[in-house]
Structure formats: C-alpha cells, structure tokens
Design a protein around this ligand. Structure first.
Ligand SMILES: NC(=O)c1ccc[n+]([C@@H]2O[C@H](COP(=O)([O-])OP(=O)(O)OC[C@H]3O[C@@H](n4cnc5c(N)ncnc54)[C@H](O)[C@@H]3O)[C@@H](O)[C@H]2O)c1
Length: 259
C-alpha cells in the first residue's frame, strides 16, 4: 500500500480524472476527501470508494470560493485528523459548457467574453491558489506533504479549440507550482503539476466524434488517454516514491507535445 495512513483531498473528484484518482488513492490505503461543486457526484464517488472497501467522505465545495476551500480543509482535519495530500484537480474548460465550435480556435475572439475569462481563471488558477492557501497550513501541521496541481498541454500547444483563458490559466498553474515549491520546499511540502494530454472524460464529451478522432490521430500513441493514466501519475506524486521531486511538470500526453 503506497499511501497507507495518508489523508488526501481531491478537488473535482466527482468525475473524470479526479474520480479515477479517488479510487486509485483509496486502493493504495489513503483516506480520501472527495470534493466537488456537484455534491451528489461527490457523494456517488464516495460511495464507490466505500463499495470497493476504501474510506472516504464527500464534501461539496466550489474551489473558486475561499470559504468552501477552507471548509474542505477543515473537514479533512476534523473528520480524519489531518491532511497529507492535496490534489487541485478541478478545472473549467469553456467548450465543455458551450459546446465545441469548429473554426473558433485561439486568439482574442468575440466569444471569449469576460464571464468566460473570469470563470476559467477563477476555477483553474484561483482555485489552485486557494487550495494552497488553506491546504499548506494543514500540510505543515503534519510535518510536510504533497500538493499536485493540474495544468494542460493547452498551456504549451494551442490551436485545438481551447480559449485563451484556459491556456492562460493552465500556464499560470505551472508558474504557481514552481513558486510554491521553492517557497515551501524547506518545510517538506512538495508541489508538482501534472500536464495531461487529451483524456477521455465527460469534460470533452461535447467535442463532436470526427473532431475527437482527428485529435486522437495526432497523438503518437494513437489514442486518447484514460483517466487512470493520469491517476497513476498522481499516485506517484502523492507517494514517497517521488520524495525528491518538486516544482516540476509531469507530462502525460501519449507523446502529443513531442510532435
Ligand atoms: N480531459 C482532458 O482532455 C483534459 C486535458 C488537460 C487537462 N485537463 C484538466 O484536468 C482536470 C480534470 O478534468 P476532467 O477531464 O477529469 O473533467 P471532468 O469534467 O470529468 O471533471 C471535472 C470535475 O470538476 C468539477 N468542478 C468543476 N468546477 C468546479 C469547481 N469550481 N469547484 C469544484 N469542482 C468543480 C466538476 O463538477 C467535475 O466533477 C481539469 O482541471 C481539466 O482542465 C483535462
């Protein structure tokens, strides 16, 4: 068991990669705080973890709201006695909400409204900052810990339908990861980020099949990734196997960025 005795909070854990990580972490002995803005989805994943023999609790929280993020950390400490691992996984991608719009790629677009900009930055970037702000004191109380943030290949290679806001938010997550790692390394708090490539999750469900196929064909390994591909990297970063890794990006993209 690679996470025996550890308490892990995972945001956006009601679906996709966060759900896969919740199941994987619990399988390896962690007690999991399943956090999502969608309360019933968090509860359903909590039930899945329990059905598989693991221990978890569900917390409804919007990562863009300071009081919710503080509540998530408080819940971990009061219910499970502390927090060792914080996986800031929740993100917002505009096309997941509005539907894919062929021909609209990157660049300042009239469709990139201020609302979309704010929501994207608030969930992906501010949410990561708030996780660190309230999570770090809890990790410090345990004598150290691991923070895993979530970036995207969209921060490095654009032109496949991600808006500028998403690119900016996910690029910001990389920079924030590095600065937090430098600042909190001396306290034994490691901070890394995963850079997922195209992964089959409900987030990308609204991309039409032909566009999905074309995108998958651009990946050297010839397929979209699975949520478990990311959960395995998150497990490595959560565990002591990555004890000497901090401030880094871990790309899991089937070779997409190598093209
Ligand atoms: N799927 C991909 O191809 C891909 C690629 C690169 C990066 N990512 C990133 O990976 C992360 C996970 O995405 P996924 O594909 O598993 O998506 P998903 O839609 O399957 O799951 C995301 C979960 O986050 C929750 N969520 C959304 N806003 C939230 C908020 N404000 N507070 C708390 N929870 C919130 C949703 O309710 C949902 O349950 C995101 O940060 C996403 O941007 C996804």
């Amino acid at each position: 068991m690679r996470l025996e005795g550890k308490v892990a909070a995972i945001t956006g854990a009601g679906s996709g990669m966060g759900r896969a990580a919740a199941l994987r972490f619990a399988q390896e002995g962690a007690v999991v705080v399943v956090v999502d803005i969608d309360g019933p989805a968090a509860q359903a994943v909590r039930d899945e973890v329990a059905a598989a023999g693991g221990r978890a609790m569900a917390v409804r929280a919007d990562v863009a709201q300071a009081s919710d993020v503080k509540g998530m950390v408080d819940a971990a400490e009061s219910t499970f006695g502390g927090l060792d691992i914080l996986y800031n996984n929740a993100g917002y991608w505009r096309y997941a909400i509005d539907g894919y719009e062929p021909g609209v790629t990157d660049g300042p677009s009239p469709l990139l409204t201020e609302d979309i900009w704010e929501t994207t930055i608030n969930v992906s970037l501010k949410g990561t900052y708030l996780g660190a702000r309230y999570g770090i004191p809890a990790l410090r109380r345990r004598g150290g810990g691991s923070i895993i943030n979530c970036s995207s290949v969209a921060a490095f290679r654009v032109g496949h339908g991600a808006s500028d806001a998403y690119t900016a938010a996910k690029g910001g997550v990389v920079a924030l990861t590095r600065s937090l790692a430098v600042e909190h390394g001396p306290e034994g708090i490691r901070v890394n980020c995963i850079v997922p490539g195209p992964i089959e999750t409900p987030l990308v469900d609204r991309i039409p099949p032909e566009a999905r196929e074309a995108f998958g064909a651009n990946v050297p390994l010839g397929r979209w990734g699975r949520p478990e591909d990311i959960a395995n990297m998150a497990l490595f970063l959560a565990s002591s196997e990555s004890a000497y890794c901090t401030g880094q990006m871990f790309v899991v993209d089937g070779g997409y960025l190598a093209l």
